[in-house]
Design a protein around this ligand. Structure first.
Ligand code: PLP
Length: 233
């Protein structure tokens, strides 16, 4: 089932890319494996997936040692400062950096581990209270500047989540706002390449708006079963 799902996703990415003149090779699929068991994850890896996304520090720490270093890990969830040490140097990219204090702690732990940690700034384009991310463009600029003065941080781009709605215009605006913000930053000297946006319900829109990383859980693994822990799936 997972292989079939991944084929459907790849076909859709190819179709949308043809429509909007993009190259599918410029779009990375991150299989979001939160609350998903090893058997399904291994099926995804057999189908060629190399990038896995997790949103909880504990689950990430449990799963990380179980896979080879050919897997690129993405930390995509809200990250508390006291958990940073469990993620730095293990996740190739932390997508959810939304404050200078968090960036400071990542820089510190990265220095201790002797690594440069690649991060993305999470931007709240949806305006939804329950979501995380910076809302003011000026706060994003300040955080980006902080990153460029931090030796052990490599700021590679921006991340966002669109609201859960059927209104494609609202979703498209969130994603195009993120793209414009990246362009704005780059016009002032930053060199951001990544836009992490697009989930199961909205990744086709995200591709049209310039996504370079899609974070796909349900589309690949099916509905998550939260009545059991990942170990029991
Ligand atoms: C769970 C999650 C996803 C994937 O969600 P699906 O709708 O299952 O594709 C993507 N991004 C973040 C930050 C998530 O927490």
């Amino acid at each position: 089932m997972v292989t079939h799902n991944i084929n459907i996703v790849r076909d859709k990415i190819a179709d949308v890319c043809t429509l909007c003149g993009r190259n599918p090779a410029d779009i990375k699929i991150i299989a979001v494996s939160k609350n998903t068991g090893l058997s399904l994850i291994n099926q995804a890896i057999s189908a060629g997936i190399k990038d896995l996304g997790e949103n909880k520090a504990q689950e990430f720490s449990e799963k990380f040692p179980l896979f080879s270093d050919e897997i690129n890990w993405h930390f995509i969830g809200h990250l508390q400062r006291n958990k940073v040490k469990y993620i730095v140097g293990k996740a190739g990219i932390i997508h959810s950096v939304d404050s200078i204090k968090l960036a400071e702690e990542i820089n510190l732990q990265a220095a201790r581990a002797g690594v440069v940690q690649t991060i993305l700034i999470e931007v709240k384009t949806s305006g939804e209270a329950e979501k995380f991310g910076l809302t003011d463009n000026s706060a994003v600029v300040n955080l980006a500047k902080f990153c460029s003065t931090s030796k052990n941080l490599n700021l590679a781009g921006l991340m966002t989540m669109a609201p859960l709605t059927d209104d494609e215009k609202i979703i498209a605006k969130c994603f195009s706002d993120l793209r414009k913000l990246k362009e704005e930053l780059n016009s002032t000297g930053f060199k951001l390449s990544e836009l992490s946006m697009g989930m199961t319900n909205d990744y086709e829109i995200a591709i049209k708006e310039g996504a370079t990383m899609l974070r796909l859980g349900t589309a690949i693994f099916g509905e998550r079963d939260y009545s059991k822990s990942w170990k029991e799936q």
